[in-house]
Design a protein around this ligand. Structure first.
Ligand code: ZN
Length: 459
């Protein structure tokens, strides 16, 4: 069996250029691609497994444009709750410095399981904590975990080089030198980056933020990324504190500072981008710079509200993201969709997003932010990354619009089937090939042991 026919789809949300939503069609998956969409395709493909999709919504898989997987191991630490970004970070650095390779693996695996079970088919991750003295490379550990689970993965090689003693925020124990960072970045790109269509692994480079790396590292990372033809990612304009830091330290607003370092263009995407003025929104949109909107994290840390409607009006590139699980605390993009929708309506009232716009942000919008043209919408020749949701569930009863049903009504755990690169990884709401009890207990044990190290160190 080399594929599937999804037959009699009641609601196919393509997210194509014409925003087509069609009913009564079949969709053929062969190997890693969507081969055809049309009527009565099952008879012509008798060798393929038929899945009856009557009563189902089929759409592109969800795309997550920002995360810190390791943070799944540090959720709900009492002393970090209720803090704003800078105090929150300073509290958590003390825990993160004890991270072992196993904690990185378990955190990655946990986040990926959460994402895949809820319909995410492509994700990035921003890993920037490299505790001193560790031999195993966290990014390689993450790539291994993503391959085990079959996730399409864009890891970013994060970095921190500006410790407290040099005017930055993180402690000495979690920063590296600029040389170490650039050397490892180049090596990872050479070893793992796949520029070809349908790639399952692409690397990007991602210094953590303007307050945790040197400006020289920001500039040199951009040069290296362009030389290697990979994307650039970091946090920007997340909080008013950050804006104040950039003004006080560099005499520039965050976006101006990043632009002066070469960080603007089709190959750049930023997490958050909340505190933008009209001119900055316009410049980012015109340059094709992407934005990862993280509504849960922004609400939890009290950071502010991203100007999504304005960004879309300017034809800016924007997708959704769960952000790290210490500031969210989950890896479920349906929650982000609903919160993006609600937060946007709180801010914009009647100019707020439609349910379809929220869904498009979470699918095609995210794929565009990550620089992919081979996934994110459903059409022949595209990668077979898609989700199937039965609408015939009490959670959706009485709803007269299928997109409102999945975005705003329902429970977020109702994804029935998930395909990634043509492979069925979730079926009948079961993540195939993973023992969830074992996954829980090994991850929870690793997290507990790591957090206990901070307590016993008396930090
Ligand atoms: Zn983040």
């Amino acid at each position: 069996m080399s594929g599937y026919v999804l037959k009699n789809i009641s609601c196919l949300v393509t997210c194509n250029d014409r925003d087509e939503i069609v009913s009564g069609v079949d969709l053929v998956i062969r190997d890693r691609q969507i081969e055809a969409i049309g009527e009565n395709l099952a008879a012509a493909n008798p060798e393929l497994e038929v899945m009856d999709c009557q009563g189902c919504l089929v759409g592109p898989g969800l795309v997550n444009t920002h995360h810190h997987f390791y943070q799944t191991m540090f959720r709900g630490i009492p002393e970090a709750q209720g803090l704003a970004l800078f105090d929150w970070l300073k509290t958590l650095y003390r825990y993160w410095q004890h991270m072992t390779p196993d904690v990185v693996y378990q955190g990655t695996r946990t986040a990926l399981i959460e994402l895949i079970r809820t319909g995410c088919t492509m994700t990035t991750d921003h890993h920037y904590v490299f505790p001193a003295g560790q031999k195993e490379n966290p990014i390689e550990i993450q790539i291994g975990a993503a391959r085990e689970l079959g996730m399409r993965f864009h890891p970013t090689r994060g970095s921190m080089s500006l410790s407290e003693k040099d005017g930055g925020l993180p402690p000495e124990s979690v920063v590296q030198t600029d040389h170490e960072i650039l050397e490892d970045s180049a090596r990872l790109v050479e070893a793992f980056h796949d520029p070809e269509p349908y790639a399952m692994t692409r690397i990007a480079l991602a210094p953590c933020s303007p307050f945790s790396v040197t400006l020289d590292l920001m500039r040199r990372t951009a040069e290296l990324a362009r030389e290697k033809k990979v994307m650039l990612h970091t946090h920007v304009a997340e909080t008013v504190d950050e804006e104040q830091y950039c003004m006080d330290t560099h005499g520039m607003r965050p976006v101006d500072l990043m632009e002066s370092l070469g960080w603007m263009g089709q190959d750049v995407w930023y997490a958050h981008a909340i505190h933008l003025n009209d001119d900055e929104v316009a410049r980012m949109a015109a340059s094709g710079t992407g934005i990862a909107h993280c509504p849960s994290s922004n609400m939890k840390l009290g950071s502010g509200i991203c100007r999504v409607t304005r960004i879309l009006e300017q034809k800016g590139k924007i997708g959704l993201a769960v952000d790290g699980s210490a500031s969210n605390d989950g890896s479920n993009l349906w929650q982000e969709m609903k919160r993006a929708y609600l937060l946007n309506h709180l801010f914009y009232g009647q100019r707020g997003l439609s349910a379809y716009q929220a869904f498009r942000l979470a699918t095609r919008g995210g794929a565009e932010v990550l620089g992919r043209t081979d996934t994110g919408y459903l059409a022949p020749g595209m990668a077979a990354d898609l989700i199937v949701i039965s609408l015939e569930d009490p959670a959706f009863a009485g709803c007269h619009d299928p997109l409102t049903a999945v975005v705003n009504c329902g429970s977020s755990d109702l994804v029935d089937t998930v395909f990634i690169n043509g492979k069925r990884v979730v079926h009948n709401r079961i993540l195939l090939g993973v023992d969830l009890r074992e996954a829980y207990s090994s991850a929870h044990r690793a997290a507990r042991d790591c957090v206990a190290k901070n307590t016993s160190a008396g930090n």
